[in-house]
Design a protein around this ligand. Structure first.
Ligand SMILES: [Zn+2]
Length: 170
């Protein structure tokens, strides 16, 4: 099932919903379609509609508080675009900057994407101890960024250019 990205009236990404839910929101005039799939259409007895990829709520929804995005290994890899923080090569593992053996935790600021070789080479040492400086500093994604990071890569790549995107690229 393909998910649809929901934007607030302010264009800020809010969540993803199922296609069915997205269609209902649009048919009830609670949301407008901002981008639809060029080829796919939803058909029912009374209507036909392009499959929405992105919809935007017509009324602004106040988000009561900004919780921090939950940490995950997959999230770290996606945040860092699968680039090793030490050599810039393809990363398949997550390295703890301050090793767990030295008290480092599973947090956004203490973890980076790493290739298996560098992860093994660094072992239970800090970047300073290992003489392996970070090519870039890890950062905490905003909830909106984390939500985009949680989408499948193929779906993320199809999102409109103007959307706020995680800034890890560089
Ligand atoms: Zn590496």
């Amino acid at each position: 099932m393909r998910d649809t990205l929901v934007l607030n009236a302010s264009f800020e990404p809010l969540s993803t919903v199922t296609l069915n839910r997205a269609v209902v929101l649009v048919l009830q005039d609670k949301a407008v379609v901002e981008q639809s799939h060029p080829a796919l259409r939803v058909r029912a007895a009374a209507f036909e509609l392009p499959v929405p990829r992105v919809i935007r709520l017509c009324r602004y929804v106040r988000v009561p508080f900004r919780r921090q995005a939950p940490w995950s290994r997959r999230g770290v890899l996606v945040r860092d675009r699968h680039r090793c923080a030490y050599c810039g090569g393809r990363a398949t593992t997550v390295d703890h900057v301050v090793p767990r053996a030295q008290g480092g935790g599973d947090t956004w600021l203490n973890t980076v994407a790493s290739c298996a070789q560098d992860n093994h080479r660094k072992a239970d040492r800090t970047p300073e101890q290992a003489g392996m400086p970070l090519l870039r500093q890890p950062f905490v994604p905003s909830p909106a960024e984390a939500m985009l990071l949680g989408m499948r890569a193929g779906e993320r790549a199809e999102l409109p250019e103007w959307l706020v995107r995680p800034a890890a690229a560089a």
